[in-house]
Design a protein around this ligand. Structure first.
Ligand code: GTP
Length: 836
């Protein structure tokens, strides 16, 4: 149990406390005020018991409990007998026990606490020195007390001789490392405030400047920070995220007492003078524990520290085992990683590497074997712990890779199921008719089983030992969920296909039916017929849909109803689309024309009419046209009243109103169609009229005359030969023009003149020919040419008499003579004709 002692009273604590030389002076050195009374409290005794008096001390002795957050906490850490208590007493006026110079033995046992003198709102903790002879190898308490100090203090004074700087154990670096590591694990995540680690280098007598000493210590601190194992999430944390480092050196207390005291005063100012730039109690270091809760907080922290197993650190043997096991593990890890290295990129690329399990398993076994061979000879507990950690590390790497592969398999399995499932369903759907979709459950179930078996095989191939079984249970559940989702998708797709198929077959049936009905529009029940056909088709499609839903295992009532309603709406829309095609402009006009012709061209008994002059064409036409036009409004709007299915509740999905779809032909289109039909009807009317006129007309007289004059064959020759016909037309045309213009006289005269000229010309040609060919006429006067060239009239032409002896000269032969005579006669005769 901790105890306190008043001034001049030596506390008896657990019988281990040696007699001390208390500071009996109330002022030390250059006048630091010391506490007038001993107010110190042994916060934690040597048996690690926490004092139950802290709360009282906070309230009564130290009067800090009302300070709120306006108080600070300082602790000291360092090897035994390095002047820690002396330093604290100098800085804060406390009266912690100081070692008797003559005895050289441990003074401070456990952790002591006191408040700074002179109203300083500072709580100071004097901590048992490390590396004490009394505790030997047992470092348990020093670790716990150091960790407690680190957790509680805003400023941790790390006290050491100058000669210790650069030493690992001497400077307590190993202990600091352990303490910082555990501190990070215990308080790292949610910790508030940093800690100032203030290195106080005692007996600084060497010429080495403080900066150099500080650099060495900084390096050591960075190194131990890098080496300590950080908890998950804090791997990248920096030393500076948690600690600030500060350094000061003090002269030798015994050799340079005055300098020592002066330096101590300067250092004290850093703890008291808030205006000093070196003031150490900065807001960043505050622990944010209100003073009235400090006692409770300190006890809780101590309990946490005491119960922490990580502080149960080992002996040298254990340390060696730890060190060697780590080395062995690192060496064994390398070939393990090398074996897996070629597989990593393949797995990352999404490949299912069959050999991953076997290669990984073999590499794992080999690594464990190597580890066991070398590490088993070291401290058994450490070896077991390190082995477990090593195996965990191996399994961690293997598992990460295997998980990657399992995820690849998961994706592939889902994809395969989706693709193959769709394909087999599509193939099954090609089997139209009642058997279609019969095997949805079997087909999808079989693909699913196949995919699941493949996935299980991939997972099983990754197992490295018995413990691996069930390692990917979560992924297997995920696969099942994805297969369920895909099955639902396939079912949806299947039902979409069914709806489409039912609509297609129904459309085909309705197409013919509606066309027939609209082709006989006159009958009263055209829409009743259409609606009847629609009802029948809809009911048949409904029955088929029910069957297909059963086969596809659509169990949910809402889903079934939604599918039915969608089918109904689709069928209705298809009907409307069909009817709209049927009432396209040309179709309507064709139907109206058909109706008109039926009524106009055919009589009541269906025989074609032959119009006679006595028939009242106009009346017939007007009647037929008006009855045909009356069909237009009938075509323009669907009359659904005859349908039974449309009256069924919730036949259509909610929100769908078929009323707007009833109108097939808009008003403007209707007017346009009426206008166009009117024009077509007029053409029909004119045609009929012409037919009537044709029956009344006769063969023109001139045709009869032509037939008489030319005879039937010639007349036909002229009529059917284009050349003759054109020539005849020209002649007839010319004659008509001359006749109309009364130019027959001048025309005859002109033709006569032309004939004379032609006659003259021919005559002259003949004369020249005779003169040239008859040598007997060389001496005879030539036949005179017609004078027509000189312009006299043709009847002035006369022949020259033949000269004498011409007859002897004409005795060539009778043929020649006769020829000549005949020529001469012909000439005379021609001349005579011409003169006439
Ligand atoms: N050389 C030297 N001796 C000092 C100095 N400060 C204190 N001492 C002496 O060192 C001895 C130990 O002083 P303590 O203050 O009891 O040291 P401690 O570190 O508190 O000792 P424990 O509480 O036992 O760990 C005393 O005899 C002091 O007089 C110093 O700066 N230099």
């Amino acid at each position: 149990m901790a105890a306190t002692s008043d001034n001049q009273t030596v506390p008896e604590l657990h019988g281990t406390m040696k007699p001390v030389v208390p500071d009996t002076e109330h002022r030390i050195g250059s006048g630091f005020p010391l506490q007038s009374k001993l107010t110190r409290l042994q916060l934690v005794d040597e048996e690690q018991q926490f004092s139950d008096k802290l709360s009282d001390y906070m309230q009564q002795r130290w009067q800090l409990s009302t300070a709120g957050f306006d108080y600070d906490v300082v602790a000291v850490f360092g090897s035994q007998s390095t002047g820690k208590s002396t330093l604290l007493n100098r800085l804060f006026g406390t009266r912690f026990d100081v070692m008797d110079e003559g005895q050289r033995q441990q003074t401070t046992r456990g952790i002591w606490a006191d408040r700074g003198t002179d109203g300083m709102p500072v709580l100071i903790m004097d901590v048992e020195g490390t590396d004490g002879r009394e505790r030997g190898e047992n470092q348990d308490f020093e670790r716990k007390s150091a960790l407690f100090s680190l957790a509680m203090a805003e400023v941790l004074l790390v006290n050491m001789w100058e000669t210790m700087v650069g030493l690992y154990n001497g400077a307590n670096m190993g202990l600091l490392k352990t303490v910082m590591e555990v501190n990070l694990q215990l308080f790292g995540g949610g910790r508030e405030g940093k800690t100032l680690i203030y290195f106080v280098i005692r007996d600084h007598v060497s010429p080495t400047p403080l900066e150099n000493l500080a650099k060495t210590l900084c390096k050591d601190m960075e190194r131990i920070w890098a080496e300590l194992s950080k908890p998950s999430g804090l791997e990248t944390a920096e030393l500076s995220d948690y600690f600030d480092l500060k350094f000061v050196s003090l002269p030798h207390k015994l050799l340079q007492p005055e300098e020592f005291e002066e330096a101590a005063i300067g250092l004290r100012r850093q703890f008291t003078d808030k205006d000093s730039k070196d003031y150490v109690f900065r807001p960043a270091y505050k622990r944010q524990v209100p003073a009235d809760g400090f006692a409770h907080y300190a006890q809780a922290v101590w309990e946490k520290v005491v119960s922490n197993k990580d502080l149960d650190l080992p002996t040298q043997q254990e340390l060696l085992a730890q060190y060697r096991c780590d080395e062995i593990a690192a060496a064994a890890l390398e070939p393990f990683r090398a074996a897996l290295e070629p597989l990593r990129p393949r797995v990352r690329a999404g490949e299912i590497v069959d050999a991953l399990g076997s290669v990984g398993g073999a590499a794992r076994s080999q690594a464990i074997k190597e580890f066991d061979e070398q590490a088993a000879r070291y401290h058994a507990a450490v070896y077991a712990k390190k082995r477990a950690a090593f195996v965990q590390a191996l399994d961690g790497e293997l598992h990460a890779l295997a998980l990657n592969q399992v995820k690849n398999a998961l994706a592939q399995a889902t994809e395969t199921f989706s693709t193959e499932g769709s394909q087999v369903l599509e193939d099954a759907a090609k089997n139209d008719g009642d058997d279609a979709g019969k095997g949805f459950a079997e087909v999808v179930g079989s693909v699913r089983r196949r995919v699941r078996a493949w996935f299980d095989k991939v997972v099983a191939g990754l197992a490295v030992d018995e413990d691996s079984a069930g390692a990917f249970a979560a992924e297997t559940r995920q696969l099942e969920a994805m297969l369920d989702a895909t099955t639902a998708k396939l079912r949806t797709a299947e039902m979409e296909r069914v709806l489409e198929q039912l609509r297609r077959t129904t459309r085909e049936t309705l197409s013919e039916e509606t066309s027939d009905q609209l082709n006989s529009p006159g009958s009263d029940g055209m829409w009743a017929g259409v609606m009847g056909a629609f009802d029948t088709a809809s009911q048949r499609a409904d029955e088929q849909l029910q069957r297909r839903m059963e086969r596809a295992e659509v169990a949910d009532g809402d889903t079934r109803r939604r599918l039915e309603q969608r089918l109904h709406r689709g069928l209705w829309e298809d009907l409307v689309a069909l009817l709209r095609e049927e009432v396209a402009d040309q179709m309507v006009l064709l139907r109206l024309r058909g109706a008109l012709e039926d009524r106009f061209r055919y009589d009541a008994s269906g025989l074609p009419r032959v119009w006679r002059p006595t028939d009242d064409i106009d009346a017939h036409f007007a009647q037929a046209r008006s009855s045909a036009q009356a069909l237009l409004p009938l075509f323009s709007r669907i009359d659904p009243t005859a349908s039974r299915v449309l009256t069924v509740d919730a036949y259509f999905p909610s929100g769908f109103d078929p009323t707007p779809t009833l109108t097939l032909i808009s008003g403007s289109r209707l007017r346009d169609l009426a206008r166009r039909f009117g024009r077509e009807a007029d053409a029909l009317y004119l045609e009929a009229k012409r037919a009537l006129v044709a029956t009344q007309s006769h063969v023109p007289p001139w045709v009869l005359v032509l037939l008489v004059l030319l005879g039937w064959n010639e007349a036909m020759t002229i009529l059917f030969n284009p050349l003759y016909l054109v020539l005849t037309a020209l002649v007839a045309g010319t004659a008509l023009v001359l006749h109309n213009l009364r130019l027959w006289g001048p025309a005859i005269r002109a033709v006569s003149g032309l004939a004379n000229v032609a006659n003259d010309h021919v005559h002259n040609l003949l004369v020249e020919a005779v003169n040239r060919t008859d040598p007997a006429r060389n001496n005879a006067p030539p036949l005179r040419r017609s004078r027509s060239h000189q312009g006299p009239r043709s009847d002035d032409i006369e022949l020259e008499p033949l000269p004498e002896g011409t007859s002897s000269q004409l005795s060539l032969d009778s043929e020649d003579v006769s020829s000549r005579n005949s020529s001469s006669e012909r000439l005379h005769s021609d001349a005579a004709i011409t003169s006439k």
